[in-house]
Design a protein around this ligand. Sequence first.
Ligand SMILES: [Fe+2]
Length: 217
Amino acid sequence: MMSICRQILPKTRGLASLTSVRAKATLPELPYDYAALEPIICREIMDVHHSKHHQAYVTNYNAAKEQLDEAVAKGDANKIISLQGALRFNGGGHINHSIFWQNLSPEKSNPSDALQKAIIRDFKSMDCLKAELKTAAVGVQGSGWAWLGLNKKTGLLQVVQCPNQDPLQATTGLVPLFGIDVWEHAYYLQYKNLRPSYVDAIFDIVNWKDVSARFSA
Ligand SMILES: [Fe+2]
């Protein structure tokens, strides 16, 4: 799971939670090799995406978080406010990619019965869900993400777009189940300008076990 969540939401209070809050975010290991998702996503994309892009979000989030801790200690409100953009962008990048790696798998799987029922209830069919996700993903202007999220208030599934690295839960309240990264770094080396082809292909490597587990959790 994401180390960032453990930092923001410590389960214990007192010294243990203080230590946890101060811990640095770290790059999670992929649950598969860089080449494991070929031919859908080539090794080079996975390598650069994980070891360079995701690592940069982790590094920059930690740097911003360190400055935030100092600013909080000094009670420097201007500094605290000035750091929000960097925290949102880099923290979001870390959260989003940590989910994304788990959302994908070289092994075929199916949604759980409960998730399948919810998909049919809210989208009529799996094909309709995929079509809605594709429309959202292809329609992101510039860089961003398309998400299947769970609205905990209504219990309904929703497809939404998030710009840049805005993390779904922190910016919309929806629980992220499955995300499609449509930043060009996610596909351009292989799919060039054909974002729709990349989105079509990614449905072949969805880790429905992971998506189902997020849904049931
Ligand atoms: Fe990405």
